[in-house]
Design a protein around this ligand. Structure first.
Ligand code: FES
Ligand code: FES
Length: 141
C-alpha cells in the first residue's frame, strides 16, 4: 500500500481497488486490444475495449498493467472513462485529464500517457480488425 501523503486519494483508491482488471478474447471481432510499453521504465499496459458494432459505442473495457501504482490507477480510470462512449470520443481522452484527475506529479505524467496510448492502440486494433474481416468476407466464395 502506497503512502497517502505522497499520492492523491483517487490514485490510492484506483491502485487498491482497480476497476475492470481482466482480459477479453483478443480474437473476438468486437474487441480492440491496445498493448503499449513505456521505454523509460519498462512498464507495460494492456487495455481492451468491447465495441457495439452498430452504434460504435464502447460497451465494456478491461486492462492488465504491469507497472507502477500510477500506471495501474491511470488504466483503471481509463477503462471507467471509455465505457458508454463512442469510439471518436474516447480518442479525445487526454493523458493530462487522467493525470489531473489523479493529481499525478510531473514525474508520473508518462504513466498516464501510457493509458492514452493504450486507448488509441485499442481503437486502432479494433478498426484494423473490421477492415480485415470485411475484406476477407468479400473474398470468400
Ligand atoms: Fe475513479 Fe474518477 S475516481 S474515475
Ligand atoms: Fe513507468 Fe509509471 S513509472 S508507467
Amino acid at each position: 500500500v502506497i503512502s497517502s501523503r505522497l499520492y492523491h486519494e483517487n490514485v490510492i483508491d484506483h491502485y487498491n481497488n482497480p476497476r475492470n482488471v481482466g482480459a477479453f478474447d483478443k480474437k473476438d471481432p468486437n474487441v480492440g486490444t491496445g498493448l503499449v510499453g513505456a521505454p523509460a521504465c519498462g512498464d507495460v499496459m494492456k487495455l481492451q475495449i468491447k465495441v457495439d458494432e452498430k452504434t460504435g459505442e464502447i460497451t465494456d473495457a478491461c486492462f492488465k498493467t504491469f507497472g507502477c501504482g500510477s500506471a495501474i490507477a491511470s488504466s483503471s480510470v481509463a477503462t471507467e472513462w471509455v465505457k458508454g462512449k463512442k469510439m471518436e470520443e474516447i480518442l479525445t481522452i487526454k493523458n493530462t485529464e487522467i493525470a489531473k484527475h489523479l493529481s499525478l506529479p510531473p514525474v508520473k505524467l508518462h504513466c498516464s500517457m501510457l493509458a492514452e496510448d493504450a486507448i488509441k492502440a485499442a481503437v486502432k486494433d479494433y478498426q484494423s480488425k473490421r477492415v480485415n474481416s470485411s475484406t476477407s468476407s468479400d473474398a470468400a466464395p
